[in-house]
Design a protein around this ligand. Structure first.
Ligand code: ADP
Ligand code: MG
Length: 656
């Protein structure tokens, strides 16, 4: 006996639907008839192993279905039973041949052998002409023949059909019944129907009513069918998973494509958060703010004596007054070689200069500004070194002398002029002279400041000569000033280092001068924009990740029926798990392609919206890695959901 039911009872919510059934199914065609709600589908679910909540036993070739392990049940689905439903249960996004082939993917046949088998079975059911068609385009009768082909291609011993003609017209019904009759010649076929006209005298018939079953006809041959000699261990190989995953990608292109796009976007935002280039973008904002203020923003001036404007204490209006004195000799030594300092320059000047440059300039009188030296930027060459007798000259001076920077660099210059001798406590004008200095650079000496009445005012100084420390000391000897306590300015490389240096100076009692309020303001603005855009990308990344997971969940739930169909055809949890991981790997690959192709567009958009972007090969690699990791996580989430689904909850049976 192939299939025996012993004392099978089934109740739902204390209502007994099946009452102590004892049935033996012999090979051949077996009908089960009975009114709607009499428990026909319930009985089929028990026979098929989907439902284990019954009392009694069901034996397949002497083995109790209840005792089947998960693996044995999978084998049972692949090797022993084929199912046919009223509503076909085909995979709508696959072609006719792929709906049949999907079952064979679990076998170890070669692709060629699979195709051969599929073609043969389609021919047997006279639908080989429809092989490439999408199943959604078929008529009901054609769909049911595809379903029969899918059940038969496994070559099962038992075919279970629940109302297979329920959705078909008379002509199609007859065709399907003929096919089932032919099949029943070599297998056990159980057909549930309430159309008694289908029953002929070559069939067995069981009537289910009031929970009891009665055999009402016995015409089936009952000849014993040989056990299948070659049992297949149903397993989805890696290659088959890719093949099926690729077909699903094609068939569900919108779903997979959207997933790939969303995966790419969420990975991009994660990349924005993780990648250091975000910080570089912030750095650019900072640089822009600093640039708008001018380079002198980064200057710290340290005066050994701070002077008020000329005439403020009632003296001669041309002579300045001494306001503060401080000893800066120690900090001079300290900051001269500080790595945070871009360059360093003594503040000594010569007034009312007359200069000579060998062969180029003769007795040229430089316009006097009475201003401390200013360096906007170095145009050519460099600032003077501390040792050696060097000088850098203003661009304005070079231009007025009718020369180009390259003409003067490397030349020797002689300077004569006046300076103040403060040794008596009162400024005393003395003649000073610096012979044979080497010009090492040309500097732009533009200075600007905002005037409340006139707006932004710009000046350029012709006498803003910058001396090396040695030359400055030579000058200081001539005006009786200290060789150590030299006023100087330093330009700090990074604006962020300014306030710490100011603090260090204050600690040792030195009052530096500079635009420290602007520096603090800019740093504050920078910090808040950094925080804001940082917070925005964190929020958007979080949303993106949540949306990605939501898409995975929705797709998995929308495809539950599809995976239930695979399960009832022998796909194990593991096979469905692998299929999901492979599918999401394909999505990740598509996502990477989109990422690489679209990154310039996305970057420029992101730059406009968040003033952030990513660039460089390293970021691209990080991006690809993020997509892959997220894709695998998506695959695992999807796999966990779909591999655990229950067949009986996702495939409706019969006319319920
Ligand atoms: P049919 O003979 O029409 O196929 P079914 O076997 O589908 O009948 O259902 C038989 C009875 O059992 C019906 O009253 C149905 O409501 C009930 N039933 C079937 N499955 C369940 C279930 N999973 N939970 C509760 N009641 C069920
Ligand atoms: Mg039913």
């Amino acid at each position: 006996m192939m299939l025996v039911l012993k004392n099978v009872s089934r109740q739902f919510n204390n209502v007994k639907v099946l009452k102590d059934l004892n049935v033996e199914f012999k090979s051949g065609l077996n009908f089960i008839v009975g009114p709607s709600g009499s428990g026909k589908s319930t009985l089929l679910k028990i026979i098929s192993g989907m439902d284990k909540g019954y009392e009694g036993q069901v034996f397949y070739r002497g083995n109790s279905l209840k005792e089947f392990s998960e693996k044995e049940l999978n084998d049972y689905y692949y090797n022993t039973v084929g199912f046919i439903w009223q509503d076909f249960q085909l995979i709508n996004h696959l072609s006719v041949e792929d709906n049949v082939k999907v079952v064979l993917e679990l076998s170890d046949l070669s692709n060629e052998e699979k195709n051969k088998k599929v073609t043969a079975i389609l021919k047997r059911l006279a639908i080989d002409g429809l092989a490439k068609k999408n199943v959604a385009q078929l008529s009901g009768g054609q769909k049911q023949r595809v379903a029969i082909a899918r059940a038969l291609v496994k070559d099962p011993e038992i075919i279970i059909a629940d109302e297979p003609t329920g959705a078909l017209d008379k002509k199609s019904s007859a065709l399907i019944m003929n096919a089932l009759k032919r099949i029943a010649k070599e297998r056990l076929v159980i057909v549930v129907t309430h159309d008694k006209s289908l029953i002929d005298n070559e069939s067995n018939c069981f009537t289910l009513n009031g929970g009891k079953i009665v055999q009402t006809a016995s015409g089936a041959s009952g000849k014993v069918v040989a056990t299948k000699n070659k049992l297949v261990n149903p397993k989805l190989s890696f290659g088959s998973a890719f093949s099926l995953g690729g077909k699903n990608f094609k068939g569900l292109f919108m779903k997979f494509g959207m997933s790939a796009l969303i995966l790419m976007l969420s990975s991009y935002f994660l990349l924005l958060n993780i990648s250091g280039t975000v910080v570089n973008e912030q750095e650019n904002i900072l640089n822009e703010l600093v640039e708008a203020k001018g380079n002198s923003l980064r200057d710290i001036n340290i005066f050994s004596s701070v002077m008020g404007a000329g005439g403020t204490d009632g003296n001669d209006t041309n002579k300045p007054n001494l306001d503060i004195e401080q000893d800066v000799s120690e900090v001079l030594k300290k900051y001269q070689d500080d790595p945070r300092v871009e360059f360093f320059a003594p503040m000594d000047v010569v007034n009312n200069m007359t200069v000579n440059i060998d062969g180029l300039v003769k007795d040229y009188k430089v316009e006097n500004s009475n201003n401390a030296p200013i360096i906007n930027e170095i145009i050519e060459g460099r600032v003077p070194k501390s040792d050696g007798r060097e000088v850098a000259v203003p661009k304005l001076f070079v231009e007025k002398a009718g020369l180009k920077p390259s003409d003067v660099i490397g030349k020797t210059i002689n300077i004569e002029g006046m300076a103040y001798d403060w040794s008596s406590g009162q400024p005393q004008e003395v003649k000073v002279k610096l012979d044979n200095l080497t010009i090492v650079g040309v500097i732009d000496t533009k200075a600007s400041y905002s005037d409340p009445n006139y707006g932004k005012m710009e000046f350029e100084f012709e006498d803003s000569f910058i001396y090396g420390l040695d030359s400055a000391k030579e000058l200081r000897v001539q005006k009786n000033a200290s060789q150590e306590n030299v006023s100087f300015m330093m330009r700090v490389k990074d604006i962020k280092d300014i306030m710490p240096i100011v603090d260090e100076l204050n600690k040792v009692g030195i009052t530096p001068m500079g635009q420290f309020e602007s520096v603090s303001d800019i740093l504050r603005i920078n910090d808040t924009t950094k925080e804001q855009s940082g917070a925005i990308t964190v929020i958007i990344s979080a949303i993106a990740v949540v949306v990605t997971i939501a898409v995975v969940l929705i797709n998995a739930i929308l495809r539950k029926r599809e995976f239930a169909i695979l399960k009832i055809n022998g796909y194990s949890k593991g096979s469905i798990f692998n299929l999901n991981v492979v599918e999401n790997l394909l999505i990740a690959i598509a996502s990477i392609v989109i990422f690489v192709a679209a990154s310039p567009v996305i970057n420029s958009l992101s730059n406009k919206i968040f003033s952030m972007s990513v660039s460089g090969g390293k970021s691209m690699i990080t991006g690809v890695a993020i997509i892959l990791v997220q894709g695998i996580v998506m695959g695992i989430i999807s796999a966990l959901i779909t591999s655990g689904i229950k067949i009986e909850n996702n495939i409706m049976t019969g006319d319920r």
